[in-house]
Design a protein around this ligand. Structure first.
Ligand code: NOJ
Length: 531
């Protein structure tokens, strides 16, 4: 039997926005637990939880101030344990987000580190007398001056997210203890935040500049020497516990870089941004990214498939707001080769939200962009820049029903509930066989019934005139998938007899051969002459 994660479909839960059970307007563990039956019924096998540790929440939990506890907004350790046990009872596994690259500036370690130049923890972070030219991935310089000790510290993200010094073995040891703590609590693995950022070039030399694009090239602040050995150590710690899974956020769209990080003794998989963060819809480009991944991974490594997350625009909005296209993307994610990660709300076709005033923008990245833009632009222009950068667009509350606040909470939630929630919600879709939700359920069910769709190899992977098609095979079955992204009827050259497994456009095939695909159809067929 292949490792469990190879045949699992994951679902990302953005902690503050999934379900509020205690009436404070923020999601929590009791809320998630109350929705486990919904997730089971949807058909997902694993959950990825975004950070839930105590945090000042400058970056919504990606600034951890205590790695050994639960933020009170999300509940107690008892609530956490209860959630894990309820998930496991339903055969749903849980992986948790871990931020190893940086801590909150309020973390005790940093407080000690900044207390004096001679403190034993000074070297747990990266301190220098003079900054270099490195830019933060959020905005401005990556260095912040500390008056008290007269030095600068390094932060790749917000100044309240201070980069740890992974060249220091004490840091590595401290984080390995953190991982063991959560593994002992029964989690099934980790999603490792910005894991290719752990090491920076020790000479701290300036990054070069791309004058055409007018931006810095992040050459020395990520993917540095020693990073793979750090990851191997992490994997070794984690795999002392049987059956654990490691997925890494490797911030790169370059397949050659991505592929270095996964494989035996390293990460199990990393997020394939080369596929997932395609900005505009283009079936041919999407196809070429699938092919490039397949060629690079050579059937040895397994890719991941995702098109939305809490960090990006939802694919339905990014690709033009069209429901049929969103269904095709869902079909691709759940039938092509890779470990799928569905982002909460995509299964009901939730759309991006745009802030109409800076006062309602919650995301630090958006607000920093606004502060920068307002220096030279009008308020409207600066708001547009901020909305472009802000990740609030996909972080609005899960839309459960047409009730007030979308049934997410009894009180006004921490972030605006979009107007469309009275139309687009779980309640409206659950009994409608043509809904997005029903389509996701059918796809997830199909994956379960047809192992070739989980771990099968590609017998072929083709593109022609707006249609992506492939065949997935294993020892027992051959499954055809044709995704017609065009507005025209397209023929499918099939010689064998086939039967229909799934379509978003029809209930039955007109004939067993001479099949065509309809405009915007996702068609899954089973070859009847089994191998
Ligand atoms: C990636 C996380 O997904 C994102 O939300 C966060 O802002 C950065 N890492 C920094 O931790």
């Amino acid at each position: 039997m292949a490792k469990w994660w190879k045949h699992s479909a994951f679902y990302e839960i953005y902690m503050p926005s999934f379900k509020d059970a205690n009436g404070d307007g923020v999601g929590d563990f009791a809320g998630i637990t109350s929705k486990l039956d919904y997730l089971k019924d949807l058909g997902v096998d694993g959950l990825w939880l975004t950070p839930f540790y105590p945090s000042p929440k400058v970056d919504n939990g990606y600034d951890i101030s205590d790695y050994y506890a639960i933020d009170p907004t999300y509940g107690t350790m008892e609530d956490f344990k209860n959630f894990i046990s309820e998930a496991h009872q339903r055969n749903i596994r849980v992986i948790i987000d871990l931020v190893l690259n940086h801590t909150s500036s309020e973390h005790q370690w940093f407080q000690e580190s900044k207390s004096s130049r001679n403190h034993p923890k000074r070297d747990w972070y990266i301190w220098r007398d003079e900054p270099n030219n490195w830019e933060s991935f959020f905005s401005g310089s990556a260095w912040e001056y500390d008056e008290a000790t007269g030095q600068y510290y390094y932060h790749a993200f917000a100044k309240e997210q201070v980069d740890l010094n992974w060249a220091n073995p004490e840091v590595q040891k401290a984080m390995s203890d953190v991982m063991k703590f959560w593994l002992e609590k029964g989690v099934d693995g980790f999603r490792l935040d910005v894991i290719n950022f752990l090491k920076v070039k020790d000479t701290l030399q300036d990054n070069p500049y791309d004058h055409e694009k007018n931006e810095q090239i992040h050459l020395f602040d990520k993917d540095q020497e020693g990073i793979l050995s750090a990851i191997k150590d992490i994997a070794e710690t984690v795999h002392q516990y049987p059956d654990k899974f490691l997925v890494g956020e490797v911030g790169s769209e370059d397949i050659e870089i991505l592929k270095r990080y996964s494989g035996t003794g390293k990460l199990d998989v990393s997020f394939n941004f080369n596929i997932g963060s395609i900005s505009e819809f283009d079936a041919e480009k999407l196809f070429s990214r699938l092919v490039e991944t397949e060629e690079a991974y050579e059937s040895v490594q397994m890719p991941t498939l995702f098109f939305s997350s809490h960090d990006m625009s939802r694919h339905i909005s990014r690709f033009g707001g069209d429901e049929e296209r969103a269904k095709l993307i869902a079909a691709l994610m759940l039938t092509a080769k890779g470990v799928p990660f569905i982002y909460q709300g995509d299964e009901i076709g939730m759309q991006d939200w745009i802030a109409d005033d800076i006062s309602v923008m919650m995301d630090v990245q958006g607000r920093l962009a606004f502060e920068e833009a307002i220096k030279a632009k009008t308020k409207e222009e600066a708001l547009a820049v901020a909305n472009e950068r802000s990740r609030d667009k996909s972080r609005t509350p899960m839309q459960w029903s047409s009730d007030a606040y979308a049934g997410f909470s009894e009180v006004r939630p921490w972030i605006t509930v979009p107007d469309g929630s009275s139309e687009i919600n779980v309640q409206n879709q659950q009994d409608n066989p043509d809904s997005m939700l029903s389509f996701y359920k059918r796809l997830l069910q199909l994956r379960k019934e047809h192992p070739s769709l989980q771990t099968g190899e590609y017998e072929f992977l083709r593109y022609k005139d707006g249609m992506i098609s492939f065949m997935r095979t294993n020892e027992v079955e051959r499954t055809w998938v044709a995704l017609n992204f065009s507005e025209e009827v397209k023929p499918l050259k099939i010689e064998e007899k086939v039967s229909l497994l799934l379509s978003n456009k029809r209930m039955a095939l007109e004939s067993e051969t001479a099949i065509v695909t309809l405009p915007n159809e996702a068609l899954v067929l089973k070859e009847d002459s089994e191998k």
